[in-house]
Design a protein around this ligand. Structure first.
Ligand code: ZN
Ligand code: ZN
Length: 440
């Protein structure tokens, strides 16, 4: 059901000749990192020793070559160095060869650092093979709202990260109460993207500021609407993605007038599905009906394991062009996302032609939508929700995947909701909810 194709690659070779006079010198070889590179591999090879002069286990030191390797980023900083220890290194947004930083690969002029430590008397030819693997849009699953020991959680960010990987998540935002964490402070965990964030936590409301190290300079407390606005405005100017958290939470709902504050997303699903979340869904739906295209986000608000709180409960699924924090957040901002009750919850493709959830398309009478679902259980009810109400598309007769179509009869929004009976005798609960496609 999911569209999968092999990621595209481009390879390039750089060959140099190092003269004996260059022995014990350093120099750089510039190369261009193309746009949209997800991961980069650099291999190099050269004649490490001349076997003709090796006799009786003795190698003539004048004929031994040792070339050191390093990499310099476009801003001139050292992206890594490995001496002559490794003949191949790789860098990507969530993992890198030890000695190199896992970073998103910025397009521009990078440089190979060449250390000509030992050079044979006849010189040496060195070949560098560069492999660029381009970004490939894909669905990633994660949790945008978690707490560590830096506030009132019980795990460190590293422990939380391992926990997330075990739950099958691809990314995790760290959002401690009024505590900043910088990207550099977060541990590197191969296969997991950690996103820096803070939950601005005030008696009158909570908001997550995601993806920047320091969204504002002042202490967190505010006493006037102008001061509150200034925290949000600063976060917005510094590029944070702003989420209004759990607006109807029993103890810490959002009492500020959010119409007066800049924000990007609404957390309509915080922890287990319950009345306060249903109220948030209701409010979001009336905002949609009023023509406000506000993307949704979910977060477990994880502090520790208990009966009602699990990491990835709910999970937000984003259609991201790479595993970098920036791409994950931009997918969320564009509404290319849906929420499921747990990491292993069902999956959804929801399209109208080339447009996907979060996108706007021109309305024409009877425009068709394609809905593909996987991981359904018998009895799951799939609904299409529009400004005119909710329409049942199918009730899953068995486990598995289903394809269906629906038609838009009037302009407006349309999103998908899956209702599931989790326990016999208990009314059905939302198992999946998507962002809308907008028909303008
Ligand atoms: Zn909160
Ligand atoms: Zn929280």
């Amino acid at each position: 059901m999911m569209e999968k194709s092999a990621p595209t690659q481009e390879t390039r070779s750089i060959e140099i000749f190092i003269k004996p006079e260059q022995r014990r010198s350093y120099f750089n070889l510039p190369f261009t990192m193309p746009e949209n590179v997800d991961s980069f591999t650099l291999a190099y090879h050269y004649d490490r020793s001349s076997t003709s002069d090796s006799e009786g286990g003795f190698t003539d030191s004048r004929r031994v070559n040792t070339i050191d390797l390093g990499l310099i980023a476009p801003d001139g900083s050292q992206a890594g160095a490995s001496g002559s220890d490794k003949s191949e290194i790789s860098i990507g947004p969530t993992s890198a060869t030890p000695g190199y930083n896992a970073v998103p690969l910025e397009a521009g002029e990078w440089q190979i650092m060449v250390g000509a430590y030992k050079i044979a008397s006849e010189g040496v030819r060195v070949t560098y093979d560069l492999t660029f693997t381009f970004k490939q849009p894909r669905w990633l699953r994660g949790d945008f709202h978690t707490h560590t020991i830096a506030s009132d959680g019980v795990l460190t960010a590293g422990e939380l990260g391992i926990h997330a990987l075990r739950h099958g998540l691809d990314f995790l935002a760290i959002t401690d109460h009024n505590q900043f964490v910088s990207a550099a402070q977060l541990p590197q965990i191969p296969g997991l993207t950690l996103i820096q964030g803070v939950e601005w936590t005030h008696y009158e409301g909570h908001a997550n500021f995601l993806g920047v190290d320091r969204p504002y300079n002042e202490p967190f407390p505010t006493s006037t609407p102008a001061e509150t606005l200034s925290r949000f405005t600063s976060a917005r100017q510094r590029g944070a993605l702003i989420v209004i958290n759990h607006p109807f939470d029993e103890g810490s709902g959002f009492n500020f007038d959010f119409h007066t504050l800049p924000f990007d997303c609404l957390e309509i699903w915080n922890g287990p599905m319950r009345e306060s979340n249903l109220q948030a869904v209701g409010m979001w739906r009336s905002l949609q009906a009023a023509g406000q295209k506000i993307p949704i986000v979910g977060g477990s608000d994880y502090h520790r394991d208990n009966l009602f709180q699990i990491l990835g409960g709910p999970t937000t699924c984003v259609y991201s062009s790479s595993a970098s924090a920036a791409d994950i957040l931009s997918a969320l901002r564009e509404g290319h996302a849906y929420l499921v009750y747990a990491p292993a919850g069902p999956s959804l493709e929801f399209k109208a032609g080339d447009a996907m959830m979060g996108d706007s398309v021109a309305w024409s009478p009877g425009v068709e939508m394609q809905i593909a679902l996987d991981g359904l259980q018998p009895g799951d009810r799939v609904n299409l929700v529009t400004g005119n109400g909710s329409q049942s598309l199918l009730i899953a007769p068995s486990t598995g995947s289903f394809l269906t179509t629906a038609f838009m009869t009037a302009p407006g929004f349309a999103y998908i909701e899956v209702q599931r009976v989790f326990l016999p005798g208990i009314p059905p609960l939302i198992a999946l909810i998507s962002n809308p496609i907008y028909f303008d």
